[in-house]
Design a protein around this ligand. Structure first.
Ligand SMILES: Nc1ncnc2c1ncn2[C@@H]1O[C@H](COP(=O)(O)OP(=O)(O)OP(=O)(O)O)[C@@H](O)[C@H]1O
Length: 527
């Protein structure tokens, strides 16, 4: 009797992949049904990105098979054009070309856009998906990719997987697709995926935002040290059960700050004069009655910048950095400066280190080792007589390997680390400087749950020692580790709340909708 056709879109069987001495994927097997949304969870370096690249054929494995829609392929074979098989991918590191316009970018993904009006044809198709996936996205066809926020670039990457090109999408692979998206955009994205799944599109997602998997997927495979250990139905999975299966310490609830400044949910209306030398950052904005509102950030505070993506948080964070002094040769800097944004006058005393949310473009130094990536911003104090003290550089890297649980050799190239581990190295670089101010732009993007808890503890420790921290996050849950949270809307701060009050619902309620009910475009002011 002939075998019944498999209802599975994807069957991965016995796949292994080694990079030098690292067994990145170890005899992995899993399936994805037609029209099913499944997740792959795992600690940083568990092998998730590697197995996904093997499935879509970007890299060849050492052994195993990959079967897509009944067509069996040795996993050792790379695939030149996975999109011709209906396989679409969003990679963890965003891959758009910075100098292209959005409509030109659309044409790269859309092979049906031809003829003299190729740009507008490609844009029409991309916009159709964007409008459904991220209503109110505010992306213009003539914008250059480098002008867009990382969230908008991520939106374009996600939407491009669903363009109905000559071969429609059948298997969509999403590696950390929502890592820069706020809660509202993320919800719209999953709603869209559910609709496509109902049409028969199969989806694999990896994310460290475990609640997303539980809320929106059907099954979750857990990887540990290269092996697929088993699966959990999303209906019964919990964050703790997934984290436990990963072999990590159980997830801890974010700690509300020990001491909170301010108390009630308030919208600041009074201008507050600076009376005290402990103020590190001062933001002034025009109040609705034409006066001046003042927001002060004091030494040792952890302040969150929250709100819907693109409402001015990153503009303000960037301006704080530019207003801060610079440390040279390890010496403390002169006092900072004042910077203006479209909505704020910002002054800073002291110097700052910045962790970029866009590690591919503004983070890692790809040609250098992990050690140099960590020590780079501290070289001033690691140098004597114009020469870098190699021993001191190595010791610094070792110290941070220990504090952040980074595995592997410090002399390996940074690009040999998994995405989340690269992010840890960037955190280490900024923290090692010992600056007055630490500015964080989605610092735990792609970092696993256990390490996040360690990072939260480390930040509290740094603050207790007198470092001031300003923390932008699209993950509202982690803002509960802040002392106070400034909620932004249409470029201005509309509320200050305590860390304990910064629940997802409260932040969304305070930030949702522009002052005029319109989405806003802060991209131009971003960099
Ligand atoms: N090109 C490479 N060269 C050397 N080692 C590599 C390479 N790519 C990945 N690795 C190693 O393979 C292992 C698995 O990496 P992978 O990126 O698949 O992990 P991951 O589960 O996706 O992690 P993350 O959650 O941090 O993204 C890691 O130890 C990583 O350092």
């Amino acid at each position: 009797m002939p075998e019944a056709p498999s209802p599975d879109t994807l069957i991965v069987q016995g796949v292994s992949k080694r990079f030098g001495s690292t067994l990145a994927v170890d005899d992995a097997s899993f399936t994805v049904g037609r029209g099913e949304l499944i997740g792959i969870a795992g600690h940083n370096g568990a092998g998730k990105s590697t197995i996904l690249k093997i499935v879509n054929g970007t890299i060849g494995a050492d052994s195993g098979t990959v079967t897509i829609d009944g067509i069996v392929r040795p996993a050792t074979d790379a695939v030149a054009h996975p999109e011709k098989l209906g396989v679409r991918t969003v990679y963890q590191e965003l891959s758009l070309c910075a100098s292209l316009r959005v409509d030109e970018t659309a044409a790269i993904f859309d092979h049906s856009a031809r003829g003299i009006r190729w740009r507008s044809a490609a844009w029409r198709n991309l916009r159709g998906v964007l409008d459904e996936m991220f209503p109110g996205h505010g992306i213009r066809p003539d914008a250059r990719i480098h002008e867009l926020s990382i969230a908008r670039r991520q939106m374009i990457e996600c939407a491009s997987t669903m363009i109905d090109s000559s071969v429609p999408p059948r298997l969509v692979i999403l590696d950390e697709p929502t890592s820069s998206l706020d809660a509202s955009s993320t919800a719209g994205f999953y709603d869209y995926l559910q609709r496509k799944a109902a049409e028969g599109v199969s989806v694999i997602i990896t994310t460290h935002r475990l609640q997303e998997m539980i809320d929106h997927l059907s099954r979750i495979y857990v990887m540990r040290d290269g092996r697929v250990l088993g699966e959990q139905p999303a209906a019964t999975a919990t964050k703790d059960s997934i984290v436990a299966a990963m072999g990590l310490a159980s997830h801890e609830e974010p700690r509300p700050a020990a001491a909170t400044a301010g108390g009630d949910l308030v919208t600041t209306t009074e201008a507050a004069p600076v009376t005290d030398g402990s103020v590190v950052v001062r933001l002034e904005q025009e109040s609705t009655d034409g006066g001046t509102e003042v927001f002060e950030i004091r030494q040792g505070e952890i302040i969150g910048f929250a709100g819907l993506e693109g409402h001015g948080q990153l503009v303000a964070l960037d301006a704080v950095y530019r207003a801060a002094g610079r440390r040279s040769s390890g010496r403390r800097p002169a006092a900072g400066h004042t910077r203006r944004t479209p909505h704020h006058a910002i002054s800073v005393t002291g110097d700052a280190a910045y962790v970029s949310g866009d590690r591919g473009v503004r983070g890692i130094l790809p040609l250098w080792s992990v050690e140099t990536n960590i020590s780079f911003s501290s070289l001033g104090r690691l140098t004597s007589g114009g020469l870098i003290r190699a021993r001191a550089e190595r010791d610094l890297a070792r110290e941070w390997y220990g504090r952040l649980g980074i595995k592997g050799s410090p002399t390996d190239p940074i690009t040999s680390l998994s995405g989340g581990t690269q992010q840890k190295a960037l955190m280490a670089r900024a923290m090692a400087v010992g600056s007055d101010l630490l500015l964080l732009e989605d610092p735990t993007r792609g970092v696993d749950q256990a390490t996040k808890s360690e990072v939260y503890d480390l930040l509290r420790q740094q603050a207790d020692e007198g470092q001031t921290i300003v923390w932008y996050s699209t993950e509202n849950e982690e803002l509960r580790n802040c002392d106070r949270v400034f909620v932004f809307r249409v470029g201005t701060i509309v509320a200050t709340i305590t860390g304990a009050e910064a629940t997802e619902d409260t932040v969304i309620a305070l930030s949702f909708g522009g002052r005029d009910g319109e989405p806003i475009d802060m991209d131009g002011a971003l960099r």
